[in-house]
Design a protein. Structure first.
Length: 264
């Protein structure tokens, strides 16, 4: 049997005009360019197809149903996208580092402030949305991870209570060594600028112990100290003579025989 010969298919010519469709309608590419067609949404493409059909064409109802399905799917996609964006925002907030709370001490420049954070002083940038004049001395401020002031929090309601020992000429306060605190010189907060303070008054400090925030009252504590010490001889200790002698030797011998202590 002779083999059938296949006729070669001629290559398509891009410049060759498209043949008319068997239905009598030209393709969409004849109406607009391919670039414009790709830029249209699915709904716009359907509307374009429907506009080419006769008013009573049987496919119009099918296209209307298809359009409704696409609208429903796009609404679902929009809701899912909004939900994902909200979740991303929540995750980003949870992953962000914690903010720091400091004490505002003074303004340095129009956009910088002197802030004490954890007992350390910093010169921090101030968010342009926060007027620097709105921040008051002793007020708590919120600083982000870059140590920039992003929010004013008002005055702290907690802190150690100390007693004023002396009022300095410039309005600052000197406090003594009490409650484990070293002698300090403090400045007044904006709340106590016009307050008439006196020695022996008790004031409350901020957490960083840099500013006096509130007057608590007049101290009623009485200082007691021993002016005279009564002598107590070793002989007044009764019993345990050997133990008393060992304690006495450990105290007195280093002073009585210093040379012996050096050679040990």
């Amino acid at each position: 049997m002779a083999e059938s010969k296949k006729r070669p298919v001629p290559p398509s010519d891009p410049n060759r005009p498209s043949e008319p469709s068997p239905t009598g309608f030209s393709p969409l590419s004849d109406l607009i360019s391919r670039e414009q067609l790709d830029s249209l949404s699915a709904l716009q493409v359907i509307d374009l197809i429907v506009s080419k059909l006769p008013s009573r064409h049987s496919s119009i109802l099918d296209m209307v149903y298809l359009r409704e399905r696409i609208v429903s799917m796009e609404e679902m996609n929009d809701e899912a996208r909004q939900t994902i964006e909200k979740l991303d925002a929540i995750v980003e907030k949870l992953r962000s580092p914690a903010f720091r709370v400091g004490t505002f001490l003074m303004a340095i420049e129009p956009d910088r402030a002197h802030v004490c954070l954890g007992g350390t002083d910093y010169v921090c940038r101030v968010d342009p949305q926060i007027p620097l004049s709105s921040l008051q001395v002793g007020q708590r401020v919120l600083c982000n991870e870059a140590f920039a002031v992003v929010l004013g929090l008002g005055f702290d309601r907690n802190g150690p209570i100390v007693r004023i020992d002396e009022l300095l000429s410039d309005g600052r306060l000197r406090i003594g060594q009490e409650s484990g605190l070293m002698p300090l010189v403090l400045q007044r907060s904006a709340l106590l600028v016009k307050e008439k303070l006196k020695p022996a008054m008790e004031v409350r400090l901020d957490v960083n112990q840099r500013v006096a925030l509130e007057v608590i009252g007049i101290s009623k504590r009485v200082e007691r100290s021993l002016e005279t010490v009564t002598e107590l001889p070793w002989s007044s200790i009764g019993g345990q003579a050997e133990a008393v002698q060992a304690i006495r030797d450990s105290i007195e011998l280093p002073f009585l025989h210093r040379d012996l202590g050096r050679h040990q």
